[in-house]
Write a protein of this length. Structure first.
Length: 177
């Protein structure tokens, strides 16, 4: 768990830990409601709980297709902040994901992580379109366009060969291969 210092704190005993406002401390143990054991810059000590604000503990999950079903996994963190699913621990989520591209994530099935393959969206031009502005894509009736972005309902971004640009969405229909 992590906390952000709301105020400066100067240790008055050997077992206390000094810190400055804004520093992020790793909370190791909650001894009681008034004092927590924390770590900062590789030093450990007690800190007053009313001088800090606990950060929201991030939780990570992922789901993978397994046969005809879906398996859900919760990524856990140990007291040193390392990530794990089972036994092997990692310094970052990226390391955990990379490892499980070649090692199964499941105890009961051989399930490895892989990127979702984006389905290529193809459309066909129903009409000619002559660009009026820079960045617009010229269309000829019958052209097959690979759609790159449909975030605007009226103008889509696409490419024909090496040419890229935006074009009016109403000029195209889904391409049936």
């Amino acid at each position: 768990m992590e906390a952000v210092a709301k105020h400066d704190f100067n240790a008055t005993a050997e077992d206390e830990l000094s810190f400055r406002k804004g520093q992020v401390l790793k909370i190791l143990n909650i001894e009681d409601s008034d004092w927590y054991r924390a770590e900062l810059d590789s030093k450990e000590g007690f800190i007053p709980s009313n001088y800090i604000e606990m950060k929201n503990h991030e939780r990570f999950f992922f789901s993978v297709k397994c046969g005809d079903g879906i398996q859900h996994f919760k990524v856990l963190r140990d007291t040193q902040g390392k990530f794990f699913l089972w036994v092997k621990k990692f310094n970052s989520l990226n390391e955990l994901i990379d490892y499980h591209r070649t090692a199964t994530v499941s105890r009961s099935h051989d399930v490895k992580l892989k990127d979702i393959e984006k389905e290529e969206v193809l459309v066909q031009a129903m009409y000619d379109f002559k660009p009026q502005e820079n960045g617009e894509l010229e269309l000829r009736r019958g052209d097959i366009i690979t759609v790159l972005n449909r975030s605007d309902k009226n103008w889509w971004r696409g490419k024909i060969g090496a040419r890229k640009g935006i074009f009016p969405a109403i000029y195209v229909v889904p391409y049936n291969r």
